[in-house]
Unconditional design. Structure first.
Lengths: 693, 193
């Protein structure tokens, strides 16, 4: 018998709503959820391949306890209770000897954040962290310092815009179904996409303009644009008067950064910058300078992201069709918000392992994000105190954090590594205990609030029974808490019970998800009043050019631009995504691999010729940190200073035969450099040589 | 000869309600969702790829950038080479809609069809030892659905329907492209700044 069910995909972090057809209880097909307008039946290749991922046996299939050396792949099967007891015993001895703060709990952002965070709080450690410092953190910090809200509070009305400027935000390869469709609709409506990227991504190839920019100089490009816009009064004067604090400081700041200056730094002609400034001004406010997503590229990342926000402010594009908007949620539809278990447990106080806090290394970074890449330093230096235990939930520090070699050396010093994951991540492979989480079609998760102009709630539901002895996150954290003596804090009985509690104040019943998999919260798009209702949460309630938060913490709001250079004889390694592999978490899918088996390094044709490298040659890419071998793709579609490799390859867990050792892992080559203002790792401050292998 | 011929018994042959799967290349972003949806829908092993995206580019010429993604399914020919050479009659053409399909029980795995098709459409299934090809997901079509590649296509660049819908669409598009007041259309060359 065939029946149709709804859930949420999780082949990547986009978590698109899906429709799953079950044939006699097994998954026959997966498409987009047609009840969600921005999705329709569309679903990317990864989402389609989720069906294979479900059938894949190369996952941890039952709890594992390490018996050989770390990383040897020598495990013994354990019962859940045995695994929990093993963990509890070691946690107790670590806590007794070093205190609760010596335990770290880290996770990749997901619908289960609240369980991981509640678990961390229950453990009594102040050291919880997300993967965000190797992803969007500097952007998040920039938004907080400038707009008073985090990056996720801001949305983009792409469909109705006339210009969309993308700084490496590779919408047609780093896919979310909704955003692809918004941009496609915008193209139908005549949008002009401007892609600023050293590489001819698939997004660049569908753009109107491609600024083949010198890598690392987006900030200079923006300063040149801002100069032209401000000097020639091409901005929205009334918006700036009303909503921008310290505009005169911006005017003065951008004065030296003429388009001609920008050309020398960026390789984008001054005439193009002047032309763009005029086109943008003509089209404003329907111009979007996309603030981006991944923002862990350069030490100046924070200031580059701020410059994007400034350009948006100059367009006066907040809360207008075709511009930026504050994402609306339950509260904007006259409902109370959802509850969350972590909110019921007091956050432990004390110094953090990662140096977040006033007067410390990261004075303005949001501690709810954490700075995961400080882990190795904290372990090695034992500052501010010894770190001895690590719980990792579906995050792969050994793959995602630059200089994976140094991190591997550091975590060898831990007394306990517990990894909870669906996959054999690199970190799971090096852990002491692995607790297998069920596949996303085999489990339920907390209700998701998808904020936007027309917000919805969406629900991941368990559609099939787990094939292996895996468990859902809500259960694993609850049972771990039980064993560790704080099970009372995990008050729910199962996920439906939890979600009923979560929804209790909203007036929405769990059964309302049955029909469509989602609950629409608004019939029409919700806009705040552009003149009176913009909800900037800075102290001035305006967009802050001079940031109160920064000034209070002794940080310069408008520091001089730092010239960018590539050392003689080197090339800059840049990274990105392709549409089949977004994250390392799904790189072991054999059907995806069939379609895209090779992951070449892109190198400019002329740069390659100088090195005697021809298209298809096997080459060795080396940095001071590490090296790897792959084939060369020579092309004029990349700036001569850059070489590009896609993320998600060079995996080291031998439990994954399709991913193991295929391609180069960016984190093996990247040195660990930090944007100390925004908090992100600066992954593209990485210089390499390329030689024929 | 009169332009309008009297209807004959063979009216179905080549009639205009034949299906066609048209790829609007200007909308394709090379995401490969078509290939994976096809593969998963047919529960195929590694090896056969019933539709395929072939990437050409990115290429830079003068101040322009171009990348193309060619979608290659079966064309469901009116006179299919594959059916013509099939010794057992396993490859058949449905009279009602022209879909060319393989009757699995009749295929002996001789591979004649693979050699005969100029576009490399029939594929080898190593699990069954038989040929396999795109049949426009005729089980789905018979239930009023579209082929899996079309349903899942991320940008809706794949259009499935009677062949005259495609010609209508293309004529309309051509006419619209002559509107000089229209803003930038997709698929044109990207200008490199």
């Amino acid at each position: 018998m065939e029946n149709v069910q709804y859930s949420l995909c999780e082949m990547c972090s986009a978590r698109c709503p899906i429709e799953v057809t079950l044939q006699d209880g097994t998954v026959a097909g997966i498409f987009g959820n047609p009840n969600v307008g921005s999705i329709g039946t569309r679903l990317c290749a990864k989402g389609a391949a989720a069906k294979w991922f479900l059938n894949d046996s190369e996952k941890p299939t039952r709890p594992q306890i390490r018996v050989g050396p770390r990383g040897s792949g020598q495990w013994r099967d354990a019962s859940w209770d045995e695994a929990y007891s093993y963990i509890a015993e070691r946690v107790k001895s670590i806590k007794d000897a070093y205190g609760a703060q010596s335990l770290l709990v880290g996770w990749r952002g997901s619908l289960n954040n609240e369980f991981a965070q509640a678990f961390s709080r229950g453990l009594g450690t102040p050291n919880d962290f997300t993967h965000n410092s190797v992803c969007p953190l500097s952007l998040h910090t920039a938004c907080q310092a400038t707009l008073g809200v985090g990056r996720k509070a801001i949305g983009f009305d792409i469909e109705n815009s006339k210009y969309v400027v993308l700084y490496g935000r590779n919408i047609f390869e780093s896919l979310t179904v909704a955003e692809v469709n918004q941009l496609m609709t915008a193209i139908d409506n005549g949008v002009k996409i401007v892609t600023v990227d050293p590489r001819a991504s698939k997004t660049a190839a569908r753009s109107y303009y491609w600024a083949k920019i010198r890598p690392g100089t987006d900030w200079a490009f923006n300063l040149g644009l801002a100069n032209e816009i401000v000097q020639n009064n091409l901005y929205d004067v009334s918006f700036v008067d009303k909503w921008v604090k310290d505009f005169d400081a911006l005017r003065k700041y951008v004065e030296p950064y003429t388009p001609e200056w920008a050309e020398t730094e960026t390789d984008v002609p001054a005439s193009s910058i002047r032309k763009l400034a005029r086109e943008f001004s003509e089209a404003k406010p329907k111009v979007i300078f996309h603030i981006g997503w991944f923002a862990s590229r350069y030490v100046s990342e924070f200031h580059m992201r701020r410059s994007i926000i400034f350009l948006n402010a100059l367009m006066g594009n907040f809360e207008v069709p075709g511009g930026l908007f504050f994402k609306k949620g339950l509260a904007d539809t006259g409902r109370k918000g959802m509850k969350d278990i972590a909110g019921t447990i007091e956050a432990p106080k004390g110094d953090r392992f990662d140096g977040i806090g006033p007067g410390k290394k990261f004075p303005i970074v949001d501690k709810s994000q954490g700075v995961c890449h400080m882990m190795a330093e904290a372990i090695e230096t034992q500052q501010p105190y010894p770190v001895k235990g690590l719980f990792i939930y579906r995050f792969d520090p050994l793959y995602s954090i630059p200089d994976s070699g140094a991190l591997l050396k550091a975590i060898e010093k831990l007394d306990l590594i517990v990894d909870i994951d669906v996959n054999w991540s690199n970190t799971a492979w090096y852990a002491d205990v692995v607790l297998p989480e069920s596949h996303f079609l085999e489990r339920g998760d907390p209700v998701q609030e998808r904020k936007g102009l027309k917000p919805i709630l969406a629900l991941r539901r368990q559609l099939v029974a787990p094939r292996f002895d895996s468990r859902p996150a809500w259960r694993i954290f609850k049972e771990l808490a039980d064993k560790l003596g704080f099970g009372d804090k995990f008050f729910y009985t199962d996920i439906d019970d939890y979600n009923r509690w979560k929804l209790a104040d909203t007036g929405i019943d769990l059964s309302e998800f049955d029909k469509k998999g989602i609950v629409n919260l608004a019939d029409d798009k919700i806009y705040y009043d552009k003149d009176t209702g913009l909800k900037f949460k800075t102290p001035s309630q305006k967009i802050e050019i001079v940031s109160s938060k920064m000034e209070e913490n002794g940080l310069e709001s408008l520091p001089p631009y730092q010239h960018v250079e590539v050392p003689q004889g080197k090339l800059r390694l840049i990274v990105g995504r392709n549409p089949l592999y977004t994250q390392g978490s799904m790189s072991n899918n054999k059907y995806v691999k069939e379609v895209l088996p090779e992951h070449p390094v892109w190198i400019n044709t002329n740069a390659a010729a100088k090195l005697g490298i021809k298209d298809g040659d096997t080459v060795r890419v080396s940095s001071d940190t590490g090296s790897g071998t792959t084939v060369a793709f020579t092309t004029d579609g990349i700036h001569p200073e850059a070489v590009f490799i896609p993320h998600a390859f060079g995996k080291k867990a031998k439990g994954q035969q399709y991913a193991y050792g295929v391609g180069i892992a960016d984190s093996d080559l990247q040195n660990l450099t930090t944007d100390y203002v925004g908090g992100s790792a600066a992954m593209q401050e990485c210089f390499v040589t390329v030689q024929k292998a | 000869m009169s332009a309008v011929q009297p209807e004959s018994e063979t009216k179905h042959v080549g009639s205009s309600d034949r299906y066609y799967l048209y790829q609007d290349k200007d909308r394709c972003i090379g995401c490969y969702s078509c290939e994976l949806h096809c593969k998963m829908n047919k529960n195929l092993p590694i090896g056969p790829r019933l539709c395929r995206i072939v990437e050409i580019g990115p290429k830079v010429r003068n101040d322009n950038l171009r990348a193309d993604f060619h979608f290659l399914p079966c064309f469901h020919c009116e006179k299919p080479f594959c059916a013509h050479v099939c010794p057992t009659g396993a490859i058949q053409k449905r009279t009602k809609d022209g879909i060319v399909f393989i009757e699995n029980s009749l295929c002996i795995g001789c591979k004649c069809c693979i050699a005969a098709c100029p576009w490399g459409v029939p594929q080898w299934n190593p699990e069954t030892g038989k040929a396999v090809k795109c049949d426009y997901c005729m089980d789905r079509v018979d239930r009023g659905l579209k082929p899996a590649c079309v349903t899942g296509c991320l940008t809706q660049c794949l259009h499935f329907g009677p062949v005259d819908e495609t010609s209508k669409l293309l004529r309309q598009r051509y006419a619209e492209s002559m509107d000089i007041t229209a803003a930038g259309t997709p698929g044109q060359f990207t200008t490199i700044l």
